[in-house]
Design a protein around this ligand. Structure first.
Ligand code: HEC
Length: 136
């Protein structure tokens, strides 16, 4: 009986800890899902549908910077490493057409882009078409 209770407590503790750390789906639902919704559909045009253009934008540096710098991403209370995990999870989940074949974000890249504040997200987004060249 006592062992059973201890085991139950241990399971609960492990569940709570793993739910609070290193769980990108949990972080997405907590920090992003309120606006972007559980299925990523958002509320276009105000809140973009994450299943539409992210797979394009993740393919080049200016697009990747934008994905990190939008206020919902950059200003979330998550660490750079946790935000990298959420962004990778977001692409895996809402852009399955990529079949995981994209350059994954890491802590260093998120920190680098996050250091620049995006003043006008809609303008920055519009500037991504056509794909900017290095001389832009
Ligand atoms: C308060 C609502 C809100 C929250 C919370 C939020 N976002 Fe957003 N998100 C927006 C809006 C609005 C835009 C459109 C750009 C803008 O005006 O900021 C956007 C744009 C984006 C985009 C660009 C998609 C595109 O197609 O342009 C990404 C990626 C994104 N958010 C990721 C996230 C992530 C990751 C989180 C959680 C860490 C998050 N957002 C939290 C409202 C939100």
């Amino acid at each position: 009986m006592r062992n059973g209770l201890m085991a139950a407590g241990l399971v609960l503790a492990v569940t709570l800890v793993s739910g609070a750390h290193g769980n990108p789906r949990f972080d997405y639902l907590l920090h992003c899902g309120g606006c972007h919704l559980e299925d990523g559909s958002g509320d276009p045009p105000e809140v973009p549908d994450l299943r539409v253009d992210v797979s394009y934008m993740i393919g080049f540096d200016a697009g990747r910077a934008y994905l990190v710098q939008v206020p919902g991403s950059a200003q979330s209370p998550m660490s750079d490493a946790a935000l990298a995990d959420v962004l990778n999870w977001m692409v895996d989940t809402y852009n399955p057409e990529l079949e995981g074949d994209f350059e994954r974000f890491d802590e260093e890249e998120v920190a680098r882009h996050r250091a620049t504040r995006l003043l006008d997200p809609k303008r920055a987004r519009a500037a991504l078409w056509p794909e900017p060249t290095d001389s832009d």
